[in-house]
Ligand binder design. Structure first.
Ligand SMILES: Cc1cc2nc3c(=O)[nH]c(=O)nc-3n(C[C@H](O)[C@H](O)[C@H](O)COP(=O)(O)O)c2cc1C
Length: 185
């Protein structure tokens, strides 16, 4: 089983990164092959709503998203991790999700199977405040994304009141929950 972790935080060694690493460790501990992508390290543009989109369901922009499409297709499980920024997903995460519009179009307009392999999905998020509605907004987008890529939304972990870089390390119970999330996948 191949588990792909996608980190949408710009902060390496930050809370999202640490939680995702723990989840991937849990998956690895149970025999999965794991890989982590840090979106902030990649070069890709936001969706350009291209008018000359081909009907094969793939995006014509040649940038690092092409690698992400391939890795998402190959994965049996995806753990998407993003901090809450301004009440929603980070820009890096949302930018990646928007680039799956080609897959959405293939699925719902052209009625074609693109990235059709069924997989399971998990969502991890962390925020500085304790406002639940910020997670609600992010969950709604992630659920929409997971349906598009044929991932069943199976697991989630939300950590609130965690602000400073690495503050999550003071919460071993949350790190354990992240580990267990990965192990369950
Ligand atoms: C640009 C920006 C916007 C943020 N917006 C929110 C917010 O709307 N609500 C909130 O609770 N925390 C917000 N935060 C705090 C982060 O969610 C928090 O620091 C989180 O732990 C960062 O995770 P990271 O270390 O993985 O990047 C924001 C932080 C930044 C940098």
């Amino acid at each position: 089983m191949k588990v792909l972790g996608i980190n949408g935080s710009p902060r390496k060694g930050g809370n999202t990164d640490i939680l995702l690493d723990n989840a991937l460790k849990g998956a690895q501990n149970n025999g999965a092959r794991v890989e982590k992508i840090i979106l902030n390290d990649l070069e890709f543009s936001p969706c350009q709503e291209c008018e000359n989109m081909p009907d094969d369901g793939f995006c014509i922009i040649e940038d690092d998203m092409q690698t992400i499409y391939r890795k998402v297709e190959e994965a049996d499980a995806i753990i998407l991790a993003s901090p809450i920024f301004f009440g929603s997903l980070s820009a890096q995460t949302k930018m990646m999700i928007d680039r799956f519009q080609c897959v959405w179009r293939a699925k719902y307009i052209l009625r074609k199977q693109v990235l059709g392999k069924r997989k399971i999905g998990a969502f991890i998020s962390v925020e500085g405040s304790k406002r639940k509605d910020f997670f609600d907004n992010a969950i709604s987008i992630v659920k929409n994304f997971f349906v598009t890529i044929n991932a069943d939304y199976k697991e989630e972990l939300f950590c609130f009141g965690i602000d400073q870089k690495g503050a999550i390390l003071k919460h071993p119970e949350l790190l354990k929950k992240a580990f267990m999330l990965g192990a369950k996948l």
